[in-house]
Design a binder for this molecule. Structure first.
Ligand SMILES: *Cc1c(COP(=O)(O)O)cnc(C)c1O
Length: 467
C-alpha cells in the first residue's frame, strides 16, 4: 500500500487527499483481485493464470473512483452540536462493527439461505433471535423504521376497525409524521379518548365495550412534556381490560432503550423490557435512536401478534435491506455483551455516557493543538455547555460538559457557523450568542483530526482574506 500511495502521489492523485487515495487504491485492488479470481475460476489450469499487473488501466480506475466520491452530496460531516441523536445529521453514528458488517453484506451475504440445510429461511431471523434474547419478548420483527413499524402494527391488527388513542398522545414527531394520520393511513378509524391533559384508564375501558375496537395504542410523548393538571393511564392499568376484551395493547416507545440504567440522562425512560413487563403486547421502537444503530423499526412482543404482522402484505413492502440487517445484527450483538460493553462500544451510548471530566480534558487538548494557529484577535475558549440526547428521548435532560467557544472580530457566530458548514469536511456547531460552540461530546476520537484541520483551514482562510 505504501508503494502504491507513493506512485499515486507521483501521479498527482494525492491532491484528492491521502485518505481518499488510500480508499480508492483499496477498492481498485479489490476489483483487480476479483477479476483475477474470475479468470482463475474460468480457466482449466488456474495456476497458469498470471497475477494481474498494476498498469495504466489500474491507475485510470483509481482516478475515476477519486473523481466520484468528492462530488457526492451525501458525505461525511462532523457533528459538533452536542446533540447526540441529531436527525438532520443522520441520528446514531454506527459502531465500527456495524459498518464492517454492512460493507461485507453489500457484496453478498447469507440472507435467506440456511447454510446447514441449503433451504430458504427468514432473512431477519438472526436479528429477531437477538431481539428476543435482549428484551425477553416471545417474538420480534424488523422493518424500515419505527413509523413503518407502527403503520404495520395498526394495519395488521385494526384495518377497517377502531383504534383507541389518548388525546394527550396525538404526537407529531417531525414534519409529516403525525400519529393520528398514521392510524388513518393504516386503514383504521381513530377513536380519541380522554382530554389533552388528562386521560384515565376508565376512559379507555368504557370504549373497550365497543366490539369494533381492535387495538389500544399508547405513544411515548418523545419530544414534549406535560406539566400541571395532567394524568396519564399507565400500561399496568390498561392491560387487564385489554386482555379481557381480547384487544392488543400496542406501545410506540420511540427511542427503544435496551441499556441505559447506567446513564443519568435516561433516568425515567422505560426500557423495552419494562414496557413489555408493564403489559404492552407489542412494543415498537427505532433502530437509529438509543439503540445506536441503523435506521430500522423494531417490533417485539407476543408471538401470535408478531406472526399476524409478519403475514401482512405490508411487511414485504417495508422490509429491510441486507446491509441494514447486517448492521443491525452487529449492533444487537454488541448490546448482548451487556450494558458495560454497550456503553463503551456503541458510539451513541458512549457519547451520552461521556462525563464532564473526560470532555473537559478533550476540549483542553483540542484547544492546545489549535492555539498556535489562532489568528490575532480571535478567541477559542473552554466553556461549560449542555448537550442533548436528541430524537425524542429525555428531550429536556441536559448533558453537562465542556465545549469550545470560537469568536472572531468582525465575524458573527452565524458567519462562523456557515463557514464551517461549507468547509471540508462540513462541520456543524451550535450558535451560542456571539460565539460558535463546538461540543466534542458528539465528535468521535477519529473525527478530532479532521475537525482540527477544518478549524485550522478556517483560521488560514480568514488570515489570508485579512492579509
Ligand atoms: C422517533 C419516533 C417515531 C419515528 O421513528 P422513525 O424510526 O424515525 O420512523 C415514532 N414514534 C415515536 C414515539 C418516536 O419518538
Amino acid at each position: 500500500m505504501n508503494e502504491l500511495l507513493a506512485q499515486g502521489g507521483a501521479r498527482g492523485l494525492d491532491r484528492h487527499g491521502r485518505g481518499a487515495l488510500r480508499e480508492a487504491l483499496h477498492q481498485a485492488l479489490d476489483r483487480l483481485r476479483e477479476r483475477w479470481r474470475h479468470a482463475r475460476e474460468g480457466s482449466a489450469d488456474p495456476s497458469a493464470v498470471p497475477a494481474p499487473e498494476i498498469g495504466p488501466e489500474f491507475w485510470e480506475e483509481v482516478e475515476a473512483r477519486l473523481s466520484v466520491t468528492p462530488a457526492l452530496r451525501v458525505r461525511r460531516a462532523v457533528n459538533a452540536t452536542g446533540v447526540v441523536l441529531h436527525t438532520g445529521l443522520g441520528r446514531a453514528p454506527w459502531p465500527r462493527e456495524a459498518m464492517a458488517a454492512a460493507v461485507a453484506a453489500a457484496r453478498s451475504a447469507v440472507l435467506e439461505i440456511d447454510e446447514a440445510s441449503g433451504r430458504r429461511g427468514r432473512r431477519e431471523a438472526p436479528v429477531a433471535e437477538l431481539l428476543r434474547r435482549l428484551t425477553g419478548a416471545q417474538a420480534a420483527l424488523a422493518v424500515n423504521n419505527n413509523a413503518a413499524a407502527l403503520l404495520l402494527a395498526v394495519a395488521a391488527l385494526a384495518r377497517g376497525r377502531k383504534v383507541l388513542l389518548s388525546r394527550g398522545e396525538e404526537v407529531e414527531i417531525g414534519g409529516s409524521y403525525r400519529i393520528p394520520e398514521v392510524v388513518t393511513a393504516a386503514g383504521a378509524e381513530l377513536v380519541e379518548v380522554g382530554t389533552t391533559n388528562r386521560t384515565r384508564a376508565a376512559d379507555y375501558l368504557e370504549r373497550l365495550e365497543d366490539p369494533e375496537v381492535a387495538c389500544v395504542l399508547k405513544v411515548h410523548r418523545s419530544n414534549f412534556r406535560q406539566i400541571g393538571f395532567v394524568e396519564e393511564a399507565p400500561l399496568e392499568e390498561l392491560r387487564e381490560g385489554c386482555r379481557e376484551h381480547g384487544v392488543p395493547l400496542v406501545y410506540d416507545l420511540g427511542s427503544g432503550v435496551l441499556h441505559g440504567r447506567g446513564l443519568a440522562a435516561l433516568e425515567g425512560e422505560p426500557t423495552v423490557t419494562e414496557a413489555l413487563r408493564a403489559g404492552a403486547d407489542l412494543v415498537t421502537f427505532s433502530g437509529d435512536k438509543l439503540l445506536g444503530g441503523p435506521q430500522a423499526g423494531l417490533i417485539v412482543g407476543a408471538a401470535p401478534l408478531v406472526e399476524r404482522l409478519r403475514r401482512d402484505m405490508l411487511t414485504r413492502c417495508l422490509r429491510l435491506d441486507k446491509t441494514i440487517l447486517a448492521a443491525l445484527e452487529a449492533v444487537l450483538a454488541l448490546h448482548a455483551l451487556g450494558e458495560e460493553a454497550a456503553l463503551r462500544r456503541i458510539p451513541a451510548l458512549a457519547m451520552l455516557a461521556a462525563g464532564p471530566g473526560v470532555l473537559e480534558e478533550r476540549a483542553r487538548r483540542f484547544r492546545e493543538a489549535l492555539a498556535p494557529e489562532l489568528p490575532a484577535g480571535w478567541s477559542l475558549e473552554l466553556v461549560s455547555c449542555e448537550g442533548r440526547v436528541g430524537s425524542g428521548a429525555s428531550a429536556e435532560t441536559p448533558l453537562p460538559g465542556t465545549g469550545l467557544a470560537l469568536a472572531a472580530p468582525g465575524l458573527g457566530a452565524e458567519d462562523l457557523a456557515r463557514r464551517l458548514r461549507t468547509g471540508r469536511p462540513p462541520v456543524f456547531g451550535r450558535v451560542h450568542g456571539e460565539r460558535l460552540l463546538l461540543d466534542l461530546r458528539t465528535v468521535s476520537e477519529d473525527e478530532e483530526a479532521p475537525l482540527r484541520q477544518a478549524v485550522a483551514r478556517l483560521f488560514r482562510d480568514a488570515a489570508s482574506a485579512g492579509a
